[in-house]
Write a protein of this length. Structure first.
Length: 640
């Protein structure tokens, strides 16, 4: 059995106040305001929430006036609620994810403190998550994955508590079911698949098959299922009724060396049930989703990113994972409470990683494993600190911590030297220089969420002198003090200074993203045309909608008196499926249709990427604005 042995003291309250203060500074202050929303998922998801309010429809999602049926709704509901209360702004779009991080950090503190009977373990677990690069960078984009971490963490906390009970509490079982349901409403089927796989694996390894079956009967399966369905089912039923099947879903076919599904045609649109469950989840997992407009991160990089997203704490990852009693559990040896807890955390970390190893994957799919790994690392660090204070002669944990601190110091010094090299060998760009003009294009890397950062070279790094200086100071000072304090047998103080270095790096990362943001957003272009934009003017994006989607959010298109943005040769990606429904607006232009409109009296603003050839346009094309390697052309001159 697991036990809940958290000591009653004022320290947890003090720790929580510190954590809330750190959260406010790094997640809920200036970081909400800058940079502006980015093109692609960031602004598309915020636009979906805005259109919820415009349409007064909280069931069927829409983006740019077209049904957007591939995502679960909870993220959009939370952003729309934020818009409803505080208005439609950049900060209010980010506010729900900021509060999600706060809830996750507080849950981690409680989990670590209770699971390991240590106030320090709770503090370390929360600090690791709060200062981790992965959690920070993927809350700069409005994607739901940090919410997946929250619901999974709360579900595992509920299950862990039941393991301390001879007969599980009905309330805990219902809470577990509710967390699974909320996760399904956040990210789809993995919301139930992950927690069930983790729990079943843990039960089988600790109780065997017979014990597992007996234990499952104690989890109030009937009433827990009802709780799950009451929360998860209504939206699924309503959206299925609002978007019924039309025609047939097509059949798998082997074409040109790979499996595919015939796309829908007018009057033969696959219904929501097929598209959402089969195409977007099952076929996506099997790399058969249509349209085939996505990439996958290489497997070795996917696993290696664990070290990046947990930096600098990943230096302790291997020692922490080594505490998981895999062999002992496989041999069916009896585990004590601490060992059972570590086994649960090891299974929790392994399930998302192994699951996505056999599917298409993005680099942020690693995130659901991070809370479990943070708890394992926190437990190891807490044990090390306790051992250092309890014994005058260094034991193996203290010696291991000292050795790891040397490795961290070497890596931190190398990183600081690299930052120093760029500081010394680059010059600040001239005022008003477009950063995009200084970048080396590497389109093959853009499958990564922040792949554009790989375009940076020595010349472009001159624009990042301030973030580089902060990075050099934070990484060197943090790792140096970590080493010095561990050398003097003060690992607790060393951990706090290492956290300080990690937070310094997050500040540098935010400033760097702010400097780089013109390359990733069309905000400046939107602001350039906003003063002269009339409701009947036409905005056209040359390419996929996602490439210039900030135009839609910041210019409030569509609106009651303004139609959606039109797309030139870009009927693909997120708007592809919904564009075949009969009520979809006619927004997709061809070269021929745009040419006809270009010569008309209606003013047209054409967004285009400077790296792509300008479409052949009849008549004159007047330059309006340029930013981040993108520009706006018009068929009429600027009246000012």
């Amino acid at each position: 059995m697991l036990t809940d042995t958290a000591p009653a003291s004022a320290s947890p309250r003090r720790n929580r106040l510190i954590l809330v203060a750190l959260w406010f500074f790094f997640y809920a202050s200036f970081t909400l305001l800058t940079p502006p929303l980015l093109d692609d998922a960031d602004s598309v998801h915020s636009e979906v929430a805005r259109e919820m309010l415009v349409r007064h429809d909280w069931v069927t999602l829409y983006a740019n006036g077209i049904r957007y049926l591939e995502k679960a709704p909870l993220l959009y509901w939370s952003i729309a609620a934020s818009f409803k209360v505080f208005g439609v702004h950049t900060a209010t779009a980010r506010l729900p994810l900021a509060f999600t991080v706060l809830a996750l950090v507080l849950a981690m503190e409680a989990f670590g403190r209770r699971a390991f009977g240590s106030t320090r373990a709770g503090l370390y677990a929360a600090l690791i998550l709060l200062s981790s690069f992965g959690i920070f960078i993927f809350t700069r984009i409005t994607i739901p994955d940090v919410a997946v971490c929250l619901w999974l963490t709360l579900a595992m906390l509920c299950y862990w508590k039941t393991e301390a009970q001879e007969r599980p509490s009905r309330l805990l079982c219902w809470s577990f079911a509710a967390c699974c349901a909320l996760n399904v409403l956040t990210k789809g089927l993995i919301g139930i698949v992950f927690p069930l796989l983790i729990v079943l694996a843990h039960l089988l390894l600790t109780r065997g098959l017979r014990g597992t079956l007996l234990r499952l009967r104690q989890f109030f399966p009937a009433s827990s299922l009802i709780v799950f369905l009451v929360i998860a089912a209504p939206w699924h039923i309503l959206i299925a009724l609002a978007n019924p099947t039309q025609g047939h879903p097509g059949h798998l076919a082997f074409v040109h060396g790979h499996w595919s599904v015939p796309g829908p045609t007018e009057g033969n649109v696959h219904g929501w049930l097929w598209f959402y469950f089969v195409n977007e989840q099952v076929l996506r997992y099997l790399n058969l989703r249509v349209p085939r407009d996505y990439d996958t991160v290489p497997l070795a990089l996917f696993w290696g990113l664990l070290l990046v997203w947990l930096m600098p704490w990943s230096a302790y990852l291997f020692k922490a994972v080594a505490t998981v009693p895999w062999l002992k559990s496989l041999r069916r040896q009896l585990l004590d409470a601490a060992q059972s807890t570590r086994l649960l955390l090891g299974i929790w970390a392994a399930v998302p990683m192994v699951f996505f190893s056999f599917s298409t994957r993005q680099e942020y799919y690693v995130l659901p494993a991070l809370p479990a790994l943070a708890l394992l690392i926190a437990a190891w660090l807490a044990d090390e600190a306790d051992e250092a204070e309890a014994f005058t002669v260094p034991n193996r944990l203290v010696v291991a911590g000292q050795r790891i601190s040397i490795v961290l110091l070497v890596l931190g010094s190398i990183a600081a030297l690299a930052a120093g090299f760029f500081i010394l060998h680059s010059q600040p760009p001239a005022p008003n220089t477009d950063l995009a003009a200084m970048l080396k294009q590497n389109p093959g890397d853009y499958a990564l969420s922040f792949g554009h950062f790989l375009d940076l070279d020595t010349r472009a790094m001159g624009a990042f002198r301030t973030p580089l200086i902060i990075t050099a100071i934070a990484l060197f000072a943090g790792t140096l003090l970590n080493w010095l304090l561990r050398r003097n047998y003060k690992p607790h103080a060393a951990n706090l200074w290492l956290a300080g270095g990690a937070f310094g790096f997050l500040l540098a990362a935010h400033l760097g993203l702010q400097i780089f943001s013109p390359v990733l957003t069309s905000y400046k272009l939107a602001m350039a045309i906003a003063p002269e934009l009339k409701p009947d003017d036409l905005i056209v994006i040359d390419g996929e909608y996602e490439s210039g989607s900030t135009l839609g959010f910041y210019l409030h298109r569509p609106a009651a008196d303004a139609q959606p943005i039109h797309i030139l040769n870009g009927r693909s990606s997120n708007l592809w499926y919904g564009s075949f429904f009969p009520d979809a607006p006619h927004i997709f232009e061809t070269d021929a249709s745009l040419s006809l409109k270009w010569l008309g009296v209606r003013r047209i603003f054409l967004w285009q990427d400077l790296d792509q050839p300008v479409p052949k346009l009849p008549g004159k094309a007047f330059f309006i604005a340029q930013s981040g390697g993108k520009e706006i052309l018009s068929n009429q001159p600027n009246p000012f």
